[in-house]
Design a protein. Sequence first.
Length: 183
Amino acid sequence: MRTVALAPGRHQIRPDTASLHVKTYREGLAAKAGHDLTIEVADWSATVEVADDPAGSSFALDADARSLQVREGVGGAKPLSDKDRADIRKTIDDKILHGEPISFRSDAARSVDGGLSVEGALTLAGQTRPVTAQLQVGAEGRLTATIPLTQSAWGIKPYRGMMGALKVRDELEILVDAKLPAG
């Protein structure tokens, strides 16, 4: 991937020009009955401050936990229905995230292999923990990241169904894909 520098300054990122997804994976004896999910965060915004010196750069994100929408279910004994999607969303709202705000604030950034390593605090399900994200900067200012996250570190008990035979893996991934102006 050809990398470019990002234009210095303050850049706003929103769902109309970027995407923020959560990927979950199934495990357990009945894993074949469940689905690996792609969940879109529909209501969010982020601000990227790009400084000439990467150490002066920052990243902040705010998301509405009630805006998560199941976009895809891979695998499973049968395709996801609209009712399945609604039930999953209700479970996320009522039993997992409880509508608590989701936010990330960086406190350190440095240039790493053509990208940016950002460290900061993620608040999720009412708990705040440190997170490090590797942001890749590609051609024409494309900013991407895959951030691994362990649910239990935030006090979230991964979903279990079918008397525990179907489980959502504790580890999930946050995917960011945005376009920023190139410098």
